[in-house]
Design a binder for this molecule. Sequence first.
Ligand code: GLN
Length: 541
Amino acid sequence: MAKKNKKYIFITGGVASSLGKGLAAASIASLLERRGIKINLLKMDPYINVDPGTMSPTQHGEVFVTDDGAETDLDLGHYERFTTLTLSKKNNFTTGQVYLQVIENEREGKYLGKTVQVVPHITNEIKRRINLAAEDCELLIGEIGGTVGDIESQPYLESIRQFAHDVGTENVLFIHLVLVPYIEAAGELKSKPAQHSVKELRSLGLFPQMIILRADRDIDEGIVEKIALFCNVKKQNVFKSLDQNLIYKVPLAFNKQGLDQRITEELGMWTTNPNTSSLEKVVYNAENPRDTVNIGIVGKYTELIESYKSLDEALSHGAFANQLKLNLVYIDAEELEGKSANDVASKLKDIHGVLVPGGFGERGTEGKITAIKHARENNIPYFGICLGLQLAMIEFARNCAGISAATSEEFSENGDLVIHYMPGQTRDGSKGASMRLGAYDCEIKKKTLAYKIYGKTQISERHRHRLEVNNDYLERLQNSGMEISGINKELNLVEIIELPTHPYFIGCQYHPEFKSKPDLPHPLFTTFIEATYQRKGSLHE
Ligand code: GLN
């Protein structure tokens, strides 16, 4: 039997950034996977940082962590949420990694004294990585970060041009996603920027066979025809991507237009029709909520917007599962500092559940501790993630176990360091290398809330932190009523804590938000949202 050719889709973006290229790639992946194709995804980032781990989350959004401990672009989060894939280091690379590799090769004399150049050395390294990502799939969907016309993107565009030449153009589909802006004064959508963007691509030897038009309102057929004609793309290969109030509608909207069908036809692939029922159910639940719950997220103000993408998504997955509408209330931790119990109560009066997410640094931590104390004392559901576990431990140590000087080594060298650096995870290892990163096993104790939530004793979750619970204090904390319900046996580290006397108080050292999917919500989020709804009900009794 002849070996089936591997197929490739490369997605580029034009006219403006932030068009939702990652979402488009993830949506296409979702549909093609649902057609039974063994897919994989690759994000190529044109920036020179070696990984986004050291980039400010406020500038670049969240750092997404894979099972194998890669700190990657947040688009990989979309990729995992929209598909059944578990991604790894192979699924994301940056220009920094490419250059680092080429320079290391040069230092080792691997280029035999040749002049090392962008073409062919950088482009070859890019192609090598594309091949690596495509190793175990039938179809690779590769997204090029940035916008066509950026200086940084050029080596990537040249690489994918060569790549198509190498593997046969019949095996490659270039999809270009462009903005079609609405000009208020003229009262119309404009096609010219899209035409220019495609012209730019063509001048680089790339001829997109499919175009997706991004617009904030419906695009009339005249514009679609014009773009098809001037960009030399079949009219049936021009699709629309209009603003949606829910990202999980994007694949459904693509499917309705027949986009996935056209992709398989263009690539000569025979597949079944995709089964989108689980996504439809998510959309139905999102659009028909029974009620609303107010979740207070307590963080540093600057971190709160955009830097918790996976967290926001995981919370909404939990809400969809409960058919509830979420009202996320972002609370600036510093505003709670030094406030009286009454002031805190009035500030959190309408909050049905408190969540303290992951974070770094001391700023705002006393305010977060104040919020945790309020939740603990008033039976308000509490969910602490990573730093949220560490601070819950400190709060409990101070106020319930009589360890008044309890703190974390991240904030102070003195006091009772109930949270401390592990050997090898030191203060000066701030470059990311010394973090506990990626998947670790956790063993859950039976007859605990954690066991009720997970329904099993063996789990694996993803980490991204330097500090750990100090086992020297465990006995005192346990004697005062704290339950250690999950531990990593191998390293003897605390993974989950809870308070058995509280209706729902749980903290985890890992980041469960990285593993939640809309149609497979993470049980910590579904149960937390469920508990907040019960809390709301109890207030009206
Ligand atoms: N700053 C804490 C640590 O490094 C918590 C990290 C986090 O919440 N991701 O351990």
